[in-house]
Design a protein around this ligand. Sequence first.
Ligand code: SF4
Length: 434
Amino acid sequence: MKPDSSTAAVHVPRPSACPGLWRVVPAKDGGICRVKLPGGLLSSVQAHAVVAAARNHANGVLELTNRSNLQIRGVREESQGALVQQLLDAGLGPRHADADDVRNVLISPAAGRDQAAHLDTRPLAEQLLALLQDVPAFRDLSPKFAVQLDGGEALAMLDHPHDICLSALPGGTQLAFGLAGCPRGDALGVVAVDQAVQLVEALLRLFLELAGEHTRMRQLLAELPAQVFLARLSFDFQSVTPGFTSQASDTAPLGVHAQAQPDRVMLLAGAPLGRLQAEQLQALADLADAEGSGELRFTPWQGVLLPDVPAARQAAVAQAMSDLGLLLEARAPLARMLACSGSAGCAKAAADTKADALRLATHLGPHGPAQVHLCGCPRSCAAAHIARYTLLAQPGGRYDLYRREQGLAGFGHLLATSLDIDQAGEHLAAGNSE
Ligand code: SF4
């Protein structure tokens, strides 16, 4: 079934604070339009359409989200209809206009390419996306409700909790599943791969039946233990619980990676502070055409993966990406930094977190601390997990510094208060925080 583009710009989305394709949310620098990418995939042709839309109808700034989606920032109010139409024409819309919000199936950006994978998750992800969009009842799910499908890839985000998680087991014929957790976390049962769509449908129907006011699985399970929830599920599964050994990592796996396909490599790069200019995306699309297979895949580390590059070309392509301003070295200070929109884009921000992050990076060398997250306010939009260090802006543009600590809620242990950004940099660089 082809995406439905006939409804164009006239669709009125349901109210929510989250941006969507039709729900262009106002910000200080203009509207924000979120473009959901199935599996994070953007073809070079679609990338050119996004570039044109961002230049013609917005301010040319693109934001990469931690769910591997794209946001176009600075959308002009009078241009919203034309922008949406341009994106629909490029095949970037949902199957039904009112199903935009539910397109939340997350897979590894290396799906179908990763040597360590037990399963190519792309066909099943497509079926799950169709299920979410085609069942009218599922359009009541929160725009944040998400299904994570993990094929066992080495390039996988393992520390973002999602509402339903499925992880392939060795052999690739079975999936362990969990609720309100991380892939390869605590599994609650096992199903055959060809039963996964029916399982997810049964889980979603039961969630909607029991959720009441709750919008996320973790809220429901705080009241109703998972085993009680599953006892009401009209679906048979094996209640064995396999263990997983993979550990989540604080750093993005930047650089060149071998592919399952002989003589091909994939390059994973970070976008500094999660943003690209339209010109950078255009150049990346040209690079994907010239050196890869015309595919770009956006990553949950707010970066981009370029697959299918001939191994003999890896150095040249890495250099080209680096020349574009992308990060290929995990040691680069900016590769270990997250920052929300900050006061330049968000009225809630107490500091200009993006500018401060650039300044902070000048204090930190290659052996500086693992991940630092600069938050303009406690909503913590830029990260779905708690980073190793959080700098939380305070009125007046100073920061409180926290270190994540097992068992401590919120951002963790409060290490220092009311630091200016240079003091924060000196504190982190001196290792006072370890
Ligand atoms: S974390 Fe707060 S200040 Fe930053 S973008 Fe989100 S709402 Fe705005």
